[in-house]
Design a protein around this ligand. Structure first.
Ligand SMILES: *Cc1c(COP(=O)(O)O)cnc(C)c1O
Length: 393
């Protein structure tokens, strides 16, 4: 990415003039076209009426499905638009049927909401949750995954990038193992969508969930879901309404063939269009270029942090991305985050309750998470490390 492009993207991002934003894994700063799209839609609804505005915007809304499909290498019919990644993920997970002894394979770095759902369903059905081992780099050990595969494994459900660090799990190899065994693979791409170049054909996942507000730079309250035609066919949504299905006769209904079977009728169309604007913006910048710059900036930040006395960087994996996590015995993570915030630098804190398996296994303290995006600069990274050095001196 050329420096002049970075300057242009920054100029198109109002927040870049206000803060050093290193909380992109929480919610990235939206570019102006996203903000404008949402505001204009809301004004239009106020002027013309909500239903009338939606009718006039029908083609644009359909275009959002096409944009998300392009982002993922999918077809528009494979895409559902939702409120967030959790709702997307739940729509698939809670549609699956488990019997006593069925096995769910997941990763050690798994996200809290996903694990809470596994545990709930395991308690209800007698299914068993199994955590696949990591290899020596800290990523999912695909050989261990393969050894565990048998006819009782009903689901492989793992994250691509966890919430608590720069790890990138080998999703393509996991997808290959899943496809060979004929086991559905649900990929939580919440942290990878918008920072890594994703393609569901390469990933060989049957379903993929993502959110708008994180690396995609979309509005809060938006999410999306990919479900392959093959999985869709076998999967009846846990809940239905007059949008996901049609009441065709007094005693009959028909479920939508497309992934819209996982949606509900009512939604915020302004936010949906904002998500579309964010996806189009990311596609115009280019995912390979985003991935390259984010990876390089994060590597530079890790190097600078590890030069600071008493600071430990915790990111694992053979391949790392834009999330950088660290701690120091000198100051609690929460205090670091708050004091950086007062200096105009946004970071976040990741705690044990977000990723129990990982925090417990590695004996991690609360972590400060500094997650970089392509619109961040080396100068901003130096502001973070400079301020941190002052706090620790
Ligand atoms: C943030 C996050 C989620 C949940 O996303 P929401 O949009 O908040 O529902 C799921 N998985 C991972 C790895 C996350 O970081």
């Amino acid at each position: 990415m050329r420096n002049e492009d970075v300057l242009r993207y920054r100029a198109e991002t109002p927040g870049c003039a206000e803060v050093v934003h290193l909380n992109n894994a929480g919610a990235a700063l939206p570019p102006e076209p996203v903000v404008q799209t949402v505001i204009e839609y809301l004004r239009e609804e106020a002027r013309r009426g909500g239903y009338e505005t939606a009718a006039a915007a029908q083609d644009r809304v359909q275009g959002v499905y096409a944009s998300v499909a392009r982002l993922l290498g999918a077809e528009a019919d494979d895409i559902a638009l939702t409120d967030n990644a959790t709702r997307s993920w739940q729509a698939v997970f809670y549609a699956l049927r488990f019997e006593p002894g069925d096995r769910i394979l997941t990763s050690r770095s798994e996200y809290a909401s996903n694990v809470i759902s596994y545990l709930q369903v395991a308690r209800r059905t007698g299914a068993v949750v199994e955590v696949v081992a990591d290899d020596e780099t800290g990523q999912v050990d695909v050989a261990d995954l393969r050894r565990r595969l048998d006819s009782r494994v009903k689901l492989i459900s793992m994250n691509h990038v966890p919430t608590q660090g720069g790890l990138v799990n080998p999703a393509e190899e996991i997808g290959e193992a899943a496809a060979e065994a004929g086991v559905p693979f649900l990929l939580d791409a919440c942290q990878s969508a918008g920072q890594l170049d994703l393609d569901v054909r390469r990933l060989r996942c049957d379903a993929l969930s993502g959110t708008g507000r994180k690396y995609l730079r979309g509005p809060r309250g938006t999410g999306f879901l990919y479900v392959s035609p093959r999985l869709r066919e076998r999967l009846e949504p846990a809940t239905l309404d007059l949008h996901s299905a049609t009441w065709t006769a007094p005693d009959e209904y028909e479920i939508q063939p497309s992934a819209k079977r996982f949606e509900v009728w009512e939604r915020n169309f302004g936010l949906t269009l904002g998500l579309g604007a964010a996806v189009d913006y990311a596609l115009a910048v280019g995912l390979p270029a985003i991935e390259e710059r984010v990876t390089a900036l994060a590597a530079s930040l890790r190097e600078q942090l590890s030069e600071l006395d008493s600071v430990t960087v915790h990111d694992q994996g053979a391949r790392k991305c834009g999330l950088v996590t660290f701690s120091t015995p000198r100051l609690p993570a929460l205090e670091i985050k708050e004091r950086l915030g007062k200096a105009g630098i946004n970071t976040s804190v990741t705690q044990r309750t977000s990723a129990q398996y990982d925090f417990t296994d590695r004996g991690l303290p609360d972590l400060v998470r500094a997650s970089v995006h392509y619109y961040n600069t080396e100068d901003e990274l130096r502001q973070l490390t400079g301020e941190l050095a002052r706090l620790l001196s």
